[in-house]
Design a protein around this ligand. Structure first.
Ligand code: PGA
Length: 220
């Protein structure tokens, strides 16, 4: 079907993604734009709550979440795994251990994403299931600022593996902990009864048919 739609020459695709998706979504959009080079793309980034609000206002053709809002009026297309891992500075004592216990990890000063973050939501669910409490030292509203704070020795954290790609892991170690990673999935989400533009339809077909392994290889 994709080739049939190559006649598509103009128009705008509106896409909003949660902050953790900003590491891979541009690669997906680049592959799509190679097929449809004349389209315009409006790309917005926010935390989960900000993108939930945009979704409710019907602002975009699609949103990308790993924890999509539960709503029977939304169509969800699952397309990639999202693994959340524990990080510490490379010179931290925990980074020298081949296995770190969950209990010991929870005692280390922890840097947490802000309320409204999907990453924080996943971490809190994981902690609740294990009746564990983290030793929260700071709340930080950015994956990048968390990484730099971890590098500078302020504490440890749990972030999506996507945030560590393209050399973004330098100065950081991923800790080996039995209870991790937290595995979630990425979803492309649209409002079912919102009219589908030809470009939105093309993106839906593209995501359903794309070579997931090739995209994963591109972003690792
Ligand atoms: P966020 O995104 O932490 O930036 O909200 C990740 C997610 O929704 O899983």
């Amino acid at each position: 079907q994709l080739t049939n739609m190559r006649g598509l020459t103009a128009g705008t695709l509106k896409l909003s993604v949660v902050t953790t998706a900003q590491y891979f979504a541009p690669h997906l959009i680049a592959d799509f734009c190679r097929l449809y080079p004349h389209i315009d793309v409006h790309f917005t980034v926010g935390n989960r709550q900000q993108i939930v609000d945009r979704m409710e206002q019907g602002e975009d053709d699609f949103c990308i979440f790993s924890h999509p809002p539960q709503h029977e009026g939304y169509q969800l297309v699952e397309f990639l795994p999202n693994r959340l891992v524990a990080i510490a500075p490379t010179n931290h004592p925990l980074s020298q251990q081949s296995k770190v216990s969950w209990k010991e990890f929870c005692q280390a000063p922890f840097l947490m994403r802000e309320r409204g973050s999907g990453t924080r939501h996943a971490i809190e669910e994981h902690l609740k299931q294990r009746s564990s409490q983290p030793n929260v030292r700071m709340t930080i509203e950015s994956n990048e600022a968390i990484k730099h704070s971890v590098m500078s020795g302020l504490g440890v954290s749990i972030l999506s593996e996507h945030t560590l790609t393209f050399g973004g892991q330098s100065g950081l170690s991923v800790l080996q902990i039995d209870q991790l990673p937290i595995v979630t999935n990425w979803y492309l989400v649209r409002i079912k009864n919102k009219p589908v533009t030809p470009i939105a339809d093309a993106l839906l077909t593209f995501v359903k048919q794309m070579d997931r392994q090739a995209l994963l290889a591109d972003i690792e």
